[in-house]
Design a protein around this ligand. Structure first.
Ligand code: SF4
Length: 557
């Protein structure tokens, strides 16, 4: 099976050491990206670790396709013990980092320990340097980029960075790259904040030595089709579906008080496209679905908002002006916060204050969260930990705030939110497209477990490859088989092993069936959970029967 190449680089920021370990066997079994990082995290993060402790580890990993020039591969994976969910979480981001990371010659970076001063870590193909950067304390993400450019002649595409939110241990702080692309979900930015790591840069010239041969076809076919596609998504990104989703009663509104937003068209795809001023892409991607937007009147400039931000800072807050949502998006990127969790948490606050629709207040509160000022200190803990004090419902699963795509309307998606190892997020399970398209009846949960398992396994492998989730129509199952020189079932087995490792790790931290629950009713959830655990081969309390063996090839497991 095609896999990433290069050693594991462990950087201990407390000891100021850097160690390379050959992991060829692990790469052969776990390919790269999410699977590889999950296997390492399962092995090397103590089951009783404190997410903010020096023993927690953050992994940044690449897949083999990042050594190609194929569309839909401009992404990287990040994994760690989440300060938000208290379980393992993986998240991925686009931008231009992946090619620069590959040029350092490693397949995965592991950051461990805790520095006693704020650090920039510089990873090159010839070694690692540690630089104290007290002047970057509380710097925003663009200010870090300016520093990296001025002092090291590197661009934001060479860099991951945290903003004030990460330094202040906001539980949903993101790790940013290229200023606007977020490793968003799960608060991995707060892991780097706890370690006193402000940024990590990547620079080198090692890729030609790595010798991964990408099959062609399909490499150039995928690239050509991406470049010539007339998908609406190429003009409007993920926002193109906003009104369709609203028409399907799946756009949660005013902190889930409503299931449709009367002003959806004001914040949907056409509204965003009207503010788009140039094309945007990730490294090597001819599909170019990104959304650099600007409002001439206010001078607000950002990348996005993507659909999930239109939901979290738009409909969920009762905010109906796309410029206000752009401003919120800009704030989250600059301060380094996940737009979904931040937006939903601000929506919870607006609910408690009966202030839906007050965009100015939303902006003020968003800033206060990043700096933990006043009420922001409480809200920085996330909805699961602050809802009691606010007097609002706890709209989370495993501590994570919901993505859009309302499980009350899409019951299979609701089941997927319940069981996902990282909580109420739509990227692990992803039943939504099957239910929107009618391929699956959105009503009911029974009989959907086998499909959900396959979706989860597919998505876990996609995040392992690493392939962008928007490339599914082009990087098809057949093409994945050719690209990775393996049967699709073997690729799914890698995904299944990843999900099992995540679940087993979380079980050791006390997660079980009681955590696979929703804060609202969907039909037959108990029976559907039983079907799901059976389909996974797990115990009926949602636990993994035996400790997974890392040395086993997933397909033989
Ligand atoms: S499809 Fe869009 S998000 Fe995905 S890699 Fe291409 S430009 Fe980036």
């Amino acid at each position: 099976m095609l896999h990433a190449t290069g050693p594991l680089l462990t950087v201990d920021v407390g000891e100021r050491t850097a160690t390379e370990t050959e992991i060829d066997e692990l790469l052969e079994r776990y390919v790269g990206g999410r699977a590889l990082a999950t296997a390492l995290a399962h092995e090397r993060i103590p089951f009783d670790a404190d997410p903010f402790g020096p023993e927690n580890r953050a992994y940044l990993s690449t897949g083999p396709l990042q050594q190609s020039q194929m569309s839909f591969t401009g992404r990287m994976n990040m994994t760690g013990l989440s300060p938000l969910t208290d379980g393992l979480a993986s998240t991925n981001a686009g931008g231009y980092l992946s090619r620069n990371f590959v040029e350092t010659g490693i397949s995965v970076l592991e950051v461990v320990g805790e520095s006693d001063e704020l650090l920039a870590v510089h990873v090159t193909d010839s070694g690692v340097e540690f630089e104290a950067v007290p002047e970057l304390e509380e710097a925003t993400v663009p200010e870090v980029s300016d520093y990296v450019e001025d002092e090291h002649d590197l661009g934001p595409e060479n860099c991951i960075a945290i903003g004030p939110a990460g330094e202040n241990l906001v539980r949903f702080a993101s790790v940013m790259t290229f200023d606007s692309r977020a490793f968003g979900r799960g608060g991995l930015g707060a892991i780097l904040g706890a370690k006193n790591v402000k940024c990590v840069t990547f620079e080198g010239d090692a890729a030609p030595e790595l010798e991964v041969e990408i099959p062609d076809p399909p490499e150039s076919d995928i690239h050509r089709e991406a470049a010539t596609s007339d998908d609406r998504m190429r003009r409007q990104g993920t926002t193109g579906g906003t009104e369709f989703i609203n028409d399907n009663f799946s756009l949660p509104t005013r902190y889930f008080r409503d299931d449709e937003f009367e002003h959806a068209e004001n914040i949907g795809g056409d509204a965003v496209e009207a503010k788009k001023y140039k094309k945007g892409a990730c490294s090597a991607c001819a599909y170019a679905c990104k959304l650099p937007t600007r409002d001439e009147e206010t001078g607000i400039e950002t990348e996005g908002p993507e659909f999930e931000t239109v939901y979290s800072f738009g409909s969920m807050q009762g905010v109906d002006d796309i410029v206000d949502v752009m401003k919120s998006n800009e704030l989250c990127d600059t301060l380094g916060m996940d737009t979904i969790s931040a937006g939903v948490t601000v929506a919870a606050y607006l609910d408690s204050e009966e202030e839906f629709g007050n965009a100015d207040l939303a902006h003020e509160i968003t800033e206060k969260i990043a700096y933990r000022e006043g009420i922001g200190d409480l809200l920085a803990e996330g909805v699961d930990r602050c809802h009691d004090e606010l007097g609002v419902d706890n709209l989370t699963v495993k501590g994570m705030e919901f993505a859009a795509h309302d499980g009350r309307a899409l019951h299979g998606q609701g089941l997927s939110y319940a069981v996902a190892n990282r909580g109420a997020d739509h990227m692990y399970g992803g039943m939504l497209s099957l239910e929107y398209s009618g391929e699956l009846d959105p009503q009911g949960t029974l009989g959907k477990a086998e499909t959900l398992v396959e979706q989860e396994n597919h998505n876990a492998f996609r995040d392992t490859g690493v392939v962008c989730s928007f490339g599914g129509d082009y990087v098809t199952e057949e093409r994945l088989e050719t690209l990775f020189s393996a049967d699709y079932d073997d690729l799914l087995a890698v995904g299944a092993k990843t999900v099992e490792l995540e679940r087993h790790f979380n079980n050791q931290r006390g997660f079980d069936e009681a955590d696979d629950r929703l804060p609202y009713e969907i039909p037959d959830l108990d029976e559907a959970l039983t079907e799901y655990y059976e389909a996974r081969g797990w115990n009926d309390d949602g636990t993994v029967p035996e400790e997974p063996r890392l040395e086993a090839t997933p397909a033989d497991d």
